[in-house]
Design a protein around this ligand. Structure first.
Ligand code: GDP
Length: 440
């Protein structure tokens, strides 16, 4: 995500490296590069210019703190301003209604249906919410089917009526159905068009006026850059919506839409979509996004995802097993499945500071886990709990059974032994010992 922008900003800050202080001259030079980086990222020129002017004022007006070098100081100022530009604080969605109705709108292909599913899944995981997905697209039967597929995937009820051609009526019936069946959130997935036109606006306005949803969200595809910003603006001119959903950020290397939408449309980005899977959704936090843009990673979001998947009871069981030297391949398999639930590897790596840059040219393959899983599945229960019994002939059998090579089996066994040792040390409060081991 945003690799090229991060790189260019990094180079811009290099201008200040070695300088003892921030001066009018070196600031101008740095900010010229920053502005160029932003414009290359598809940020509107005027916004980029205003941005660098504000940064310049702040940089020159500030006493350089003794503890910070000029380039560090500049990174901090740029980070704060980027955060401000993207909206300051994170904005949630209003879920106070009984039920709360969330109206989704957006162009065809923007990722509206996928996002409706992701949002339903996200809310369902919060335990207190029981969402209902509603298919309000009366033009494309395939769109209705698609929502049903999504609903099945995440185990959320879907309301539809292929006979009814009036989306307002469908929405009304869905809300009545929700009340009867204890759903406290209703997500209306509406029809999209290839471009914003009168018919689309009339239809969505009518639903909006009649249903009076708590939230109306406009979905845009981040990969379309300034087009995304312009569409959101055109939509906002007709319908006063609550927030923007930025999808496909995983494929957006430039970042222009994320940076400019708030200042052009004056509506906050509420969520982002970072992949095709149902768990690829994050609340949009301007400050964390600024960190990502500056290549500082987003450890907070990573920890949050991990916490969502964390199963306390399971963790306690594993700890006991490690203490008793009983951690086996079955437990390992469970751990892998937990990690996989957090999202795609590439996505996770992007959240680790510095990793984005390092990983840029690597083809991170989610299938890597598949080999490991296949190898473990080819082991007998006894081999899984007692890896020591795996001799050469067993290795050949496992390799054959899993469609991998003996080398791969060996590699996994070696990694597993190392990992078990490390876990044992961590458990025994042997942090120091482990550091020692890593140094060697
Ligand atoms: P709709 O026409 O607006 O309802 O769009 P869909 O939900 O059908 O999405 C269009 C395409 O974009 C599908 O192939 C989705 O899998 C894909 N898509 C949606 N959201 C994301 C995302 O966050 N990242 C990526 N990479 N693809 C996405």
């Amino acid at each position: 995500m945003f690799d090229s922008l991060s790189d260019k900003l990094d180079k811009a800050f290099h201008v200040l490296k070695g300088h003892g202080q921030i001066t009018e001259v070196n600031v101008a030079e740095t900010l010229k590069e920053v502005r160029r980086a932003l414009v290359d990222a598809d940020v509107n020129f005027k916004i980029a210019k205003n941005f660098t002017n504000t940064v310049k004022e702040k940089a020159l007006g500030q006493d350089v703190l003794n503890t910070l070098k000029p380039n560090q100081m500049m990174v901090k100022i740029v980070k704060d301003e980027l955060t401000e530009l993207m909206g300051g604080d994170a904005e949630g969605v209003d879920l106070s209604g009984q039920p709360s109705v969330i109206l989704m709108s957006g162009l065809q292909g923007s990722g509206k249906t996928t996002f409706s599913g992701k949002l339903a899944n996200f809310l369902k995981n919060k335990k207190t919410k029981k969402p209902l997905l509603v298919a309000c697209d009366v033009y494309r039967p395939a769109a209705i089917d698609q929502l049903h597929v999504v609903g099945e995937q995440i185990n959320v009820d879907v309301f539809s009526n292929k006979e009814e051609k009036n989306p307002v009526k469908i929405a009304e019936a869905a809300i009545a159905h929700a009340k009867e069946n204890g759903h406290n959130v209703v997500i209306l997935d509406t029809a999209g068009r290839l471009a914003i036109d009168e018919q689309m606006m009339n239809e969505i306005s009518e639903i909006h006026q009649t249903i009076k949803p708590q939230e109306t969200l406009f979905v845009v595809d981040a990969m379309t850059g300034q087009d995304a910003v312009n569409t959101a603006k055109a939509f906002n001119d007709v319908l006063d919506f609550n927030g923007v959903i930025l999808t496909k950020l995983d494929g957006d290397t430039r970042g222009g839409a994320a940076i400019s939408i708030k200042s052009v449309v004056d509506k906050p980005i509420k969520f982002i979509g970072t992949g095709e899977k149902m768990d690829a959704i994050d609340v949009f936090h301007p400050s964390r996004m600024a960190d990502r843009i500056l290549g500082m990673g987003d450890v907070v979001s990573l920890v949050e995802r991990a916490q969502e998947q964390y199963d306390e009871e399971e963790a306690r069981k594993i700890q006991k097993k490690i203490a008793k030297n009983k951690f086996g391949f079955d437990d390992f398999l469970k751990q892998i499945q937990q990690v996989k639930k957090m999202g795609s590897m590439k996505d996770l790596m992007g959240m680790i500071p510095g990793a984005g840059k390092m990983m840029k040219n690597m083809d991170i393959d989610d299938d890597a886990f598949k080999h490991i899983e296949a190898i473990i599945h080819s082991m007998t229960p006894d081999e899984r709990s007692n890896p020591n019994v795996i001799n050469a002939s067993r290795k050949r059998r496992i390799g054959k059974g899993s469609g991998t090579s003996v080398q791969e089996v060996n590699q996994l066994l070696k990694q597993f032994t190392q990992m078990s040792k490390m876990m044992k040390m961590m458990q025994g409060g042997g942090g120091k010992k482990m550091m020692q081991m890593m140094k060697n």
